[in-house]
Structure formats: structure tokens, C-alpha cells
Design a binder for this molecule. Sequence first.
Ligand SMILES: C[S@@+](CC[C@H](N)C(=O)[O-])C[C@H]1O[C@@H](n2cnc3c(N)ncnc32)[C@H](O)[C@@H]1O
Length: 423
Amino acid sequence: MRRGVFRINGGISARPLTLAVHDDSPTAPPPTVPIPAHLVQQVALSRAEKTSLVTRAQQDNPAFTLRFEHIPGVDGSPHTVTVGLYTTEEQPPLCSRSWIPFDRNAAGRYEIRETECSGKGMFSLDSHAPGSLVACERPLVISPTVDLGLAALNPTESTIARMPTETRSLLLALHNSDPTAPSVEFSTARTNGFDATNVPGCIGQYHAVFDDISRINHCCSPNAVYRWNSEALTGEIRAVRPIAPGDEVFISYVSHCAPYEQRQEVLPRRYGFKCTCVICSLPRTERLANDAARQEAVVMSSAAACRFTPTTTASAVHAIKAAMREVRMLRGAGMVEPYAWAAVSHSLVEAACVLGDKARAERWARVAAGATRSVTGADGGWDAVAAAPERTELWMLGQRSECSGLFGWLEGGLERTAVLLPV
Ligand SMILES: C[S@@+](CC[C@H](N)C(=O)[O-])C[C@H]1O[C@@H](n2cnc3c(N)ncnc32)[C@H](O)[C@@H]1O
């Protein structure tokens, strides 16, 4: 297969790809720029992207186009979304698609206002449980993250240049963490850009800039996460720990698992500030323990599928002990990594069902639903389990009387652990 790809690559020089700029706005004529074969091979694409690019090159002699589109506003989002995307001539325009209806009112209410020392920020006006939708917004602009090597085209700047005056001024009013950069447009988009990979039907990686979501500040132990909903063409912010009215909403600008040194290097370089959050201010020994817990959360998330399902009292007790250790570790580290919380709560629901412990099965199923919802937008079936755990196939497989009180004893230990509690 890989050999095949290289062979195809070689074939590109005989049949050069072209990158054309097609513009549906009346003002700018569409230039067409051929991409030399050596550039196609050298551009900074992931292997999967290169494979996709090359495979498409083999099919139907396509010409890749950097196309600009304007998706008109809808009820919940009055502004136009300007999109720059790599696509083929045959690909129907995005604006001809029917997107999942966008309901701004599905999210909570919030306000954007000045913070004490981090510029503007987003403050919730409602309370939210983990998984609940705090904000939901169509972007001002979507543009490719990877420039296909043609500096002359600079996709981000080219896309911003085609924005209507009104949305362009909203974008340029956002914070720019690098005012000395040669392009204000590019550095503002970079400071405020969120992942928008998976623009349906388009190759490459994309990022989106929002009017409100781009005002959310960073914390290494945040109370919310960002998710790109490619089917609705919206960014979503969901709670990962309880949020009370008046609370500032925070997300993490870096991976939840990034250790201290990495966070302290990336945040100043990329966003122009030094993080002084509660986690970054821990004494050295606790910070190292926190880094280790972050690493462990990665393992927990990736090993989720390998967990055993308890079917007896003994195995349920074993699962509870292991899961409670993990819960203590996640809570102590202020870790909100939703996949890790989904994995551990999954184990606890199963164990509670085997022991016939309805209250705890409901409680941990609600945690699993919240964690799953915050990363996928849906509850993953956990709401139904929370509503009727006695209808699961694991119900009462063990003998409850054998270990009544064990769950409570294990949870009792939790009350004495550190306070950064996502649940
Ligand atoms: C995406 S913007 C967030 C909104 C921004 N505060 C504003 O006024 O528009 C990113 C910028 O916010 C500021 N910021 C975000 N989190 C911060 C934090 N924890 N501490 C200090 N500044 C922060 C930095 O200036 C950063 O470049």
C-alpha cells in the first residue's frame, strides 16, 4: 500500500496538480496557481493527508482548489461565515449543504466582559452540570491550518481578506497576542483559532475563529472543553465540572495531559502569557505529582476499551478499588480529561449494577453521561442507564449483602481528598 503511494507520488510530475483560487465574491477575480510536484511532496502534511491528497490526485484527474465561500447567517447566528477550503472542482459548495439546524438557545446564557488581569473573558449566567452546553456558536471564519506551501496564497490571510466588513472588524477586534507580527490578520487568527478539522467533504485541517468563544481564557484545570461540531458547523463549549452563575468559563489551550514545563513553554510563546493558575503555582513536589497524574490519565483514557466487565461480587469489588484509586488521583490532580472520567465512571456503574446498588449506579452513570457528552455532544446511552440501572444485564449478578457498605467505605476516603472536584 505504502509502496503504491510512493509510485503515485512519482506520477504527479507527469500530471501536475493545480491549486486554483475560486472566489464566489463579486470583487476578487480568481487566480489559478499550479502546484509544482516537488511542493506537493514537501508540504507539511500528515501522512494521512498526503495519502488522501495523492489518492485523490490519482482519481478523476482533479484540480484542488482553494475555494472561498460565504455561508449565510441563520436564525441563531445572524452573521455570514466566510470559509476558505481546499476542495476539488466537483465538490458541491458548502453553502448548498443543509447543515444541522443551529439553535443558539440550546446553550446557556453568558456574558463577555473584562476580567481582572486576563483581558476579556466569558462568564456564565446559568449553572451547568458536567456535559451541559455552555456556549454554541457559528464561527466568523474557517480557514485551512496548513498552507500547501504556497506563501503567495497564504490561505488564512486570503480568507480573512474576503470577509464582509462587519465580520472582519469583529475578528480584528479580538485579542492579538503578537502585535509585532507582519500580518495582524494572521496573528489575530492564530491567537483566537480553534480546531475545526473535518469540514465535510474537504481535505486538510481547518481552524475557526469565533466572536464569543474566542474570548474564553485558559486554565490548566478548566471547567469547560471545546468541541467542533462539523455537522452543525458550530463550536461547542461544554462544562466538565459544575459551573455556577457568575463563574468565569475556562478551557485549556493545550492538551489536558501536557506537563508543567511544556505548558510554561507553549503558553508564553503562542499566547503571550505566563500561566499562574492553581496547578502551575503548586510547589515543585506537588507539581511533579500532578504531571505524573496527567500522564496516568492518558493511559486510563487509551486503555478504556481493555477494562474488564465485572460479573461477580469479587470482581466488582476489585473494579471499585481500582476505579476509586483512579478517581482520587484524577480529583487530586484537578484533572478534567473527559475520556478518563468516562472510563472510570463506566467501571463504577458496572460494579454498582453487579452489586445492585441503585443510587451509586445512577450517580456514576450521570458522571459517565456528562463526560461522554462533553466530548461527543451525546450521552452515549448513559442517561438511559442512569434512569433505570436495574434494567442492565449486570443487575444483581453479585450478592449485595456480601459487601454492603464497601462502596460507602471507599467513597468515604474520597471526602478527605483534595478539593478540585469535577464531579
Ligand atoms: C483567545 S484570547 C482569550 C480572550 C482574551 N482574554 C481577550 O481579551 O480577548 C487569548 C488571550 O487571552 C489572554 N489569556 C488567556 N488566558 C489567560 C490566563 N490564564 N492568564 C493571562 N492571560 C490569559 C492572553 O492574552 C491570550 O493571548
